[in-house]
Design a protein around this ligand. Structure first.
Ligand code: PEP
Length: 253
C-alpha cells in the first residue's frame, strides 16, 4: 500500500517567529484532526528546520523536509547545505528538482540525479519534483517530457533505491498561478508516470510509489484532485502557509 502524503512547501516565506507559530498550529491540528495514515510534511526554509523538528517531535505522521540539498558531501560551496548535514540534523525528507530550482538555479537533470543519490545515501527520502511548461502542455508532448524527467534523474537507481523515492508532479503553469490542473489532467499524468515506472521497475514498485500533485492545490479543490486513483496526495505551496487550509487539504482523501 502506498502512502498518502500532503507536503507543504513554504518556499522563502515566514520570519522565524511566524514559522514557529505556523508549525505549532499545524502540529496541533495534525494531532487532533488528521488521520494517522496521512503523512504530513512541512518543507521549511533551511534556517528553521531544526526548530520546526522540535515542534513536530513525537507526532508520528508529521515531519519536516528541506527544500533542497547539495550533491557534494562537504566543501567550499558557500551558502549550500549537503545531504550529509541534513542527515546529521535528522531531517527525513528533501525536495529535489522543484521547478523554481530548475529555472532560477539552472539545476539540470544530471545534477538532480546526483542530489537524489546524495539524499538516498544519507537515508533521506527525496520528494522528486517534475512537470512541464505551458508551452509543452500546449504543444502536446507533455506526457513524454515528464516521463523523460524521471528517466533522466531517477532511472539509474536500483529498484530498492527507487522504492524510497516520492514523486511530485507539478505542472509549471499551475504553480503559484491559481491555474490548477483539472482532476482529469492530474490523473492522466499520474497514471502515465505509474505505467512508465512499471515498465522499468515492475508493477509492484510502481503500485507502491506515492505520486503527489502540486500546482495551486487548495482547500477547495484538493478533494476532487485526490480522488484520482493514481493521486496519492499533494505538494502544496501557497495554501500550506495557512494552517487551517493546509490541514483541510490533509483531510481531503
Ligand atoms: C509548489 O511550489 O510546490 C506549489 C505547488 O505552489 P502552489 O501550491 O502555490 O501553486
Amino acid at each position: 500500500m502506498r502512502k498518502k502524503i500532503v507536503a507543504g512547501n513554504w518556499k522563502m516565506n515566514k520570519t522565524a517567529a511566524e514559522a514557529f507559530v505556523l508549525a505549532t498550529e499545524v502540529a496541533q491540528l495534525v494531532k487532533s484532526e488528521v488521520p494517522a495514515d496521512v503523512q504530513v510534511i512541512m518543507a521549511t526554509p533551511a534556517l528553521y528546520l531544526t526548530g520546526v523538528s522540535q515542534v513536530v517531535e513525537g507526532i508520528d505522521n508529521l515531519a519536516v523536509a528541506a527544500q533542497n540539498c547539495h550533491e557534494k558531501a562537504s566543501g567550499a560551496y558557500t551558502g549550500e547545505i549537503s545531504a550529509v548535514q541534513l542527515a546529521s540534523a535528522a531531517i527525513p525528507y528533501v525536495l529535489i528538482g522543484h521547478s523554481e530550482r530548475r529555472e532560477y538555479f539552472a539545476e539540470s537533470n544530471e545534477q538532480l540525479a546526483a542530489k537524489v543519490d546524495a539524499a538516498l545515501a544519507n537515508g533521506i527520502t527525496p520528494i522528486f519534483c517534475c512537470g512541464e511548461s505551458l508551452q509543452l502542455r500546449e504543444g502536446g508532448e507533455f506526457l513524454a517530457y515528464v516521463a523523460d524527467q524521471l528517466t533522466a534523474s531517477l532511472f539509474h537507481l536500483s529498484a530498492e533505491e527507487f522504492a524510497k523515492v516520492v514523486i511530485a508532479y507539478e505542472p509549471i503553469w499551475a504553480i503559484g498561478t491559481g491555474l490548477t490542473a483539472s482532476a482529469g489532467q492530474a490523473q492522466e499524468m499520474h497514471a502515465h508516470l505509474r505505467v512508465h515506472i512499471a515498465a522499468k521497475y515492475g508493477a509492484s514498485v510502481a503500485d507502491d510509489c506515492s505520486i503527489l500533485y502540486g500546482g495551486s492545490c487548495n482547500a477547495k479543490n484538493a478533494q476532487e484532485i485526490f480522488a484520482g486513483p493514481d493521486v496519492d496526495g499533494g505538494l502544496i505551496g501557497g495554501a500550506s502557509l495557512i494552517a487551517a487550509d493546509f490541514i483541510t487539504i490533509a483531510k481531503s482523501f
